[in-house]
Write a protein that binds this ligand. Structure first.
Ligand SMILES: Cc1cc2nc3c(=O)[nH]c(=O)nc-3n(C[C@H](O)[C@H](O)[C@H](O)COP(=O)(O)OP(=O)(O)OC[C@H]3O[C@@H](n4cnc5c(N)ncnc54)[C@H](O)[C@@H]3O)c2cc1C
Length: 378
């Protein structure tokens, strides 16, 4: 029996947005790609599910038409403070609402159509020697010339890789549910409450996505999610109104904890890290998914150049990826931190809203600073 592991051109660890987009892109160029994803498709994920239009040309290039899938076109934005001050704005570029249940599943189907191998397994270790990666999962070992790390915000693999951020506890947890009720199709709202903020927008099946992020300190004073919502979240009138007369679609909300916004390294053990694995923007910016998709394109284009010998060696590939990643994302992430900090201080949030009310152009300006330009197809 031959026990030699199969060698792929590229192994992608994690089949979320970043992983699947890079897998489709590379398979379109006839490279052999293995995606290792620990969960099955389709699956709901904790996410606000509002995506900026900047990714539309690239999704089309990959063969995905989100509007054929029923995505809602969104061009209005509403922001409220814990003290119920409300401002509205037109979104500079706009976006769309689609559930991760639907989008990730469609991307996975497209990847399989393109001859990507997807296996359901968990990567436990990554080794690199003699210019080859050895990827150990729970069940097997695979080899590759290139490995993309696209396993999301936090995983056991980060512990194995001794990544710095994983040692520090994060105070943030997030809760997401889908409800049926009254809410405009073309609106994404960001409603703040003491200790957190909540995104609201519609997705393809007319469900309203409710996704909030809060500080564990604020949350632990209440006995459960229901009490937390009744006593704290619903002090925001706009949120109370959304929930009124609504019906829950999920049996129980989804929760995640330990959401870290600390700086990460986009290259780790010669892997090109994509999406949240490389760095995470505050969810209130509504740009994490676009960043994941954009970083997948960035990595794929460079990997193709590497295989074509237009990039001469691995070190040059890594340096180029790092340079492009920093140029594209560093300032978005920094602006996101700044805005999230302002909103964590209630008094400053109220002052900001007052300024925005008297100079309305500030809001689209801040939104632009946390978003990228419409992606081009190279
Ligand atoms: C509360 C909240 C709200 C948000 N709202 C928005 C929003 O409205 N708009 C927006 O643009 N962004 C939003 N984001 C950000 C967005 O969800 C992420 O940026 C995006 O999901 C990143 O995609 P990804 O492909 O990097 O990671 P993921 O989508 O997390 O995919 C990673 C995949 O890797 C798999 N995996 C993990 N470990 C392993 C392993 N060891 N082996 C194999 N597979 C593994 C996981 O199962 C997962 O499927 C939000 C984030 C949060 C926390």
């Amino acid at each position: 029996m031959n026990n030699t592991p199969t060698t792929f051109d590229v192994i992608v660890i994690g089949g979320g947005l970043a992983g699947l987009c890079s897998a489709i892109h590379l398979s379109k160029n006839n490279y052999s790609v293995l995606v290792i994803e620990k969960n099955e498709y389709p699956k709901h994920k904790v996410c606000g599910e509002y995506i900026s239009n900047e990714v539309l040309p690239y999704l089309n290039f990959l063969g995905i038409d989100v509007f054929e899938l029923g995505a809602k076109k969104i061009n209005q934005f509403e922001l409220s403070t814990p003290k119920n001050k409300l401002v509205k704005a037109q979104l500079p570029l706009g976006g769309f609402g689609i559930s991760r249940y639907c989008l990730d599943n469609e991307l996975a189907k497209k990847a399989i159509d393109n001859k990507v191998t997807i296996i359901q397994d968990t990567v436990e270790e990554v080794e690199f020697s003699n210019d080859l990666f050895s990827i150990k999962t729970k069940q097997a070992t695979y080899n590759s010339k290139i490995t993309i790390g696209a396993y999301g915000k936090r995983a056991n693999l980060d512990v194995k890789l001794k990544r710095k951020f994983i040692k520090n506890k994060s105070p943030f947890l997030a809760i997401k549910t889908h409800i049926k009720g009254e809410f405009p199709d073309d609106l994404v709202a960001l409603h703040n409450f003491e200790g957190g903020y909540c995104g609201v927008s519609k997705v393809e099946d007319d469900s309203i996505n409710i996704c909030y992020i809060t500080d564990f300190e604020a949350f632990k004073k209440y006995k459960d999610i229901n009490e937390f919502q009744q006593k704290l979240v619903f002090k925001n009138n706009a949120l109370k109104k959304v929930f009124q007369n609504s019906k829950s679609v999920f049996e129980t909300p989804l929760t995640i904890s330990q959401i870290s916004f600390e700086t990460k390294n986009p290259i780790e053990k010669h892997m090109l890290m994509c999406g949240d694995t490389a760095g995470m923007i505050h969810p209130l910016c509504g740009n994490g998914m676009s960043m994941a998709i954009r970083s997948a394109q960035m990595a794929s284009l460079l990997i193709i150049q590497f295989f074509n010998d237009d990039i001469k060696d691995r070190l040059t590939l890594e340096k180029q990826y790092l340079r492009e990643w920093n140029a594209e994302f560093k300032s978005r992430i920094a602006t996101g931190h700044f805005v999230a900090n302002l909103f964590s201080k209630n008094r400053l949030a109220e002052i900001l809203i007052r300024i925005v009310k008297s100079v309305p152009s500030i809001l689209p300006y801040i939104i632009k600073r946390t978003h990228g330009k419409t992606m081009t197809i190279e």
